[in-house]
Design a protein around this ligand. Structure first.
Ligand SMILES: Cc1ncc(COP(=O)(O)O)c(C=O)c1O
Length: 424
């Protein structure tokens, strides 16, 4: 080792060994000094989680009404997930897809049989699964639909959130997401959300469209729920114009909205389904797409891959995570408790909250801008023992773990309404 490198390591090792435990303030300062500044966390440093609760480094307990952006559907550190995680980590964590491993097929079989598509292709994060869906759709466009070379167009709904890759931000209509990251991916088109006429017009005008990618409920946009019949309309138009329907259920999928999938609210079946977040209950990044063989097999050997996607560890924990959702009836719990959230929050005066939007335990409360900033309310909630964040400044997210009990939910709603009513 070079002498400078050795002395740097010596100093660092000494420094880290002598570290006393740091306070929240010191930990936040350290983060701000050494990390990127692309995200602004709420000023709380969490160290432990169990079920619907999390604790900060000073030992204060909070109710978690965010659940890692609707990821920890199974609750923090679910004992079944911790158990399989430990077992699999101690047995075989990673192989890459250079070889077969038992959990890969097990997850594929379970998910395809449960959800009703032929095949499952695992990736890691939601955005990668979205990129994968776009790649599959373009391949299908050239090979099956016979779109001329390099002309395949993908249409997205405006105000979507697909993640942060170059493809995802090229699909975005949010300047915070795309500004100064160009040039963007070509032949990505956009239509207004919840507008079947605009969609049909687009499909009619453009024969190069291979896919329409849309969230059944726009989560990051602030829980925007389309009119009843929109999803059926999307299905019908995609079938009529020979366009693949890609449903991005990274946030809405896996019981969050009170059904296994959000498309189940209208009994519709997209051609490609994207899952992420709750697929592993937050234990490990696991995402993926489901599709039938004719579509999925457009990606033949060598055309796609990921070092970590489909790892034994990720797939084993994902299998258990989905079983937990099913065996603990968490869709049903989300549906029932979502009604309590609606009942309580719709009652708030318009001076405080102009609108409530929700389905199951995916809800957004629009705070009146004249009343308060969403961020300031979240700071007060934190003081009162409840954690969440606003979407787009003013929309308080209400997406607790789906394991939450009626009593815990009522306690959280009580904190929320008390803080709101006593804010001024
Ligand atoms: C609908 C939707 N798609 C994709 C993503 C991106 O997922 P990830 O952050 O895991 O890449 C998100 C994240 O919030 C999402 O809500």
């Amino acid at each position: 080792m070079h002498p400078t490198a050795r002395s740097r390591l010596f100093v660092l090792t000494k420094e880290f060994h002598s570290k006393r435990s740091l306070s929240s303030r010191e930990l936040i300062e350290r983060d701000d000094k050494f990390g990127g500044r692309h995200f602004k966390p709420l000023p709380v440093v969490l160290t432990r989680g169990e079920g619907v609760h999390v604790w900060d480094v000073e030992g204060k307990r909070y109710l978690d009404f965010l659940a890692g952006f609707a990821t920890v559907n199974q609750g923090h550190c679910h004992p079944r997930l911790v158990k399989v995680m430990k077992e699999q980590a101690g047995k075989l964590a990673h192989t890459s897809r250079a070889f077969y491993s038992e959990p890969h097929g097990a997850l594929g079989e379970y998910l395809t049989k449960l959800l009703g598509w032929d095949r499952f292709l695992p990736m890691n994060t939601g955005v990668e699964a979205g990129d994968t869906a776009i790649k599959v759709a373009r391949r299908w466009g050239y090979r099956i639909k016979k779109i001329p070379k390099n002309e395949a167009t993908v249409v997205f709904a405006k105000n979507n959130f697909c993640g942060r890759s170059i493809a995802a931000l090229s699909a975005s209509t949010d300047p915070n997401c795309y500004t100064d990251f160009g040039p963007y991916v070509p032949r990505f088109d956009k239509v207004p959300y919840n507008d079947l006429n605009a969609l049909e017009q687009k499909f009619r005008q453009d024969p190069t469209i291979c896919a329409f990618m849309v969230e059944p409920i726009q989560g990051e946009a602030g829980v925007v729920i389309p009119n009843d019949g929109y999803l059926k309309g999307v299905r019908d138009l995609c079938t009529k114009y020979n366009v693949l329907w890609i449903a991005d259920e990274v946030q809405t999928g896996l019981c969050r909205t009170g059904k296994r999938l959000a498309v189940d609210h209208e009994n519709q079946r997209p051609d490609i389904l994207i899952l992420g977040k709750a697929l592993s209950g937050g234990m490990y990044p696991v995402s993926g797409i489901l599709a039938d063989s004719q579509i999925m097999l457009c990606l033949e050997t060598g055309s796609h891959g990921s070092t970590f996607g489909g790892s034994p560890l990720g797939n084993r924990v994902a299998l258990e995570a989905v079983k937990v959702l099913e065996e603990e009836n968490l869709a049903e719990n989300a549906r029932e408790l979502g009604e309590i959230v609606r009942r309580e929050l719709e009652r708030l005066p318009k001076e405080i909250a102009t609108e409530f939007r929700g389905r199951g335990l995916l809800a957004g409360l629009v705070i009146n801008k004249d009343f308060a900033e969403g961020w300031d309310i979240c700071l007060k909630l934190k003081e009162a023992g409840l954690l969440t964040r606003p979407a787009h400044g003013q929309i308080l997210r209400i997406s607790p773990p789906l394991t939450i009990t009626k009593e815990q939910l009522e306690e959280g709603l009580d904190i929320l309404t008390t803080v709101l009513k006593s804010y001024k």
